[in-house]
Design a protein around this ligand. Structure first.
Ligand SMILES: Nc1ncnc2c1ncn2[C@@H]1O[C@H](COP(=O)(O)OP(=O)(O)OP(=O)(O)O)[C@@H](O)[C@H]1O
Ligand SMILES: [Mg+2]
Length: 317
C-alpha cells in the first residue's frame, strides 16, 4: 500500500470519527440543556436570581456521554461566536483525581482560564471560582467523569465537594448550573445527597437492547457504509449479526460506532469495496488482541463472552 493510499484511508477514518449521529436521546439532552439555558438568560436579563439547576447524564462507558456534551458545548460556542458574544456560557472539565475540595476547585479555576500558582486554602480557591465564573459569564460547568467525585476520599470530603457545588448553584449573585456526566456510580452521589438530587434532571443513556434496537444497529452499519462508499453485505442485516455487533460493543451505542469504523478501516486496508462480517472479526481481533475462541463475531455461543473484560485493556473502554 502506498503512502498516498494510507493517507487517504486515515482521512476517511478521521472524517467518520468526526461525524456525530444525532439520536432521540441526544435531542432530550439538548432540549433540557436549552430549557435551563433560556431560563438563566431570561433571569439575567430581568435582573432576577433564582438558583441554578443541574443535568446529570448517566450511562455506561462508551455510551457517548462525553461526545454528546462536547457537541452541545461546541454548538453553543459557535452560536455565541455568530452572535459576536465573547463569553463562554458552558465550560467543560474532567473531575480530577483525587477529587478533594481543593483540587476540584483548582481544576475548575484553571478551566475558567485562571491558573493559580501559589498554594491557597480551599475557601479562597472557591471564592475565586465564583468570581471568575461571574466575570466570564459562565452559566454552566460541565464536570465529566463526575462519578470520580466519590472515587476516593472520605465521606466528609465528598460531602464538602457536594456542598460546594450546591452553594455555587444557589449563589445569590451568580448561580452556576452543572452538567454532570458519568457512569452509573454517579447515581450514588445524587442519591447520597437529597438536596443535590432534588435539583438534578437525570438523563440516562440506556444500553442497547439487541432485540428492540436491532433496527438502529442495522441503520448505523448502513449509514457508515454509505459515508465510506462501501457496499454493505446482506449478512450485515441479519438479526444474528446485529446481535453479535451489539454484544461485542457491550451494548453501548458509542462502542457500536467505534467497531463499525474499525471494520471499515479493515475493509479499506484490504482494498475491499464491500463491508462483510469478516472485517468485524478482524477489527475485533486487532483491537482486543484476543484469540479467535473469544471473538464474538466468530464463536457460536458469543453471548458467554464478556466484551468489557476483553476490551478493558484498551484505551477505548
Ligand atoms: N452520537 C455519536 N455519534 C458518533 N460517534 C459517537 C457518538 N457517541 C459516541 N460516539 C463514539 O463512541 C465512542 C465512545 O464515546 P464517548 O467517549 O463519548 O463515551 P463515554 O460515555 O464518554 O465513555 P466513558 O464513560 O468511557 O468516558 C467515541 O469514540 C465516540 O466518537
Ligand atoms: Mg467520557
Amino acid at each position: 500500500m502506498t503512502r498516498k493510499e494510507l493517507h487517504q484511508i486515515s482521512e476517511t477514518i478521521a472524517k467518520l470519527r468526526a461525524h456525530f449521529v444525532s439520536t432521540e436521546r441526544y435531542t432530550t439532552i439538548e432540549e433540557q440543556f436549552h430549557l435551563l439555558l433560556q431560563k438563566r438568560r431570561a433571569d439575567i436579563k430581568a435582573g432576577r436570581t433564582t438558583e441554578a439547576r443541574c443535568i446529570a447524564l448517566i450511562g455506561g462507558s462508551g455510551s457517548g456521554k462525553t461526545t454528546a456534551i462536547e457537541r452541545l458545548c461546541r454548538l453553543n460556542a459557535q452560536s455565541r461566536k455568530r452572535s459576536k458574544t465573547n463569553t463562554h456560557e458552558v465550560v467543560s472539565l474532567r473531575v480530577p483525581s483525587p477529587a478533594t475540595l481543593k483540587f476540584v476547585g483548582q481544576t475548575i479555576l484553571r478551566s475558567l482560564g485562571y491558573d493559580l500558582r501559589t498554594d491557597r486554602q480551599a475557601w479562597y480557591i472557591w471564592d475565586l471560582v465564583r468570581f471568575h465564573a461571574r466575570e466570564r459569564g459562565v452559566l454552566f460547568l460541565h464536570l465529566d467523569e463526575a462519578q470520580d467525585l466519590s472515587a476516593r476520599g472520605t465521606e466528609r470530603e465528598r460531602q464538602a465537594v457536594v456542598n460546594m457545588l450546591k452553594s455555587l448553584m444557589q449563589d445569590p449573585a451568580w448561580p452556576v448550573g452543572f452538567i454532570l456526566s458519568g457512569t452509573h456510580e454517579l447515581k450514588g452521589i445524587l442519591n447520597f445527597d437529597a438536596q443535590l438530587g432534588r435539583r438534578v434532571y437525570p438523563i440516562q443513556l440506556e444500553p442497547l437492547d439487541a432485540l428492540n434496537d436491532g433496527d438502529d444497529v442495522r441503520g448505523l452499519v448502513q449509514a457508515y457504509c454509505r459515508k465510506s462508499v462501501l457496499a454493505a453485505a446482506d449478512t450485515l442485516s441479519s438479526a444474528d449479526f446485529t446481535a453479535r455487533l451489539a454484544h461485542a460493543a457491550a451494548n453501548e451505542f458509542g462502542l457500536v460506532i467505534e467497531l463499525i469504523i474499525a471494520a471499515i478501516e479493515e475493509a479499506l486496508i484490504a482494498k475491499q469495496t464491500q463491508l462483510t462480517p469478516r472485517m468485524f472479526v478482524d477489527a475485533f481481533r486487532r483491537r482486543s488482541g484476543c484469540i479467535d475462541g473469544l471473538n464474538p463475531f466468530l464463536i457460536e455461543d458469543f453471548e458467554r463472552i464478556d466484551p468489557r473484560a476483553i476490551l478493558s485493556r484498551l484505551e477505548v473502554l
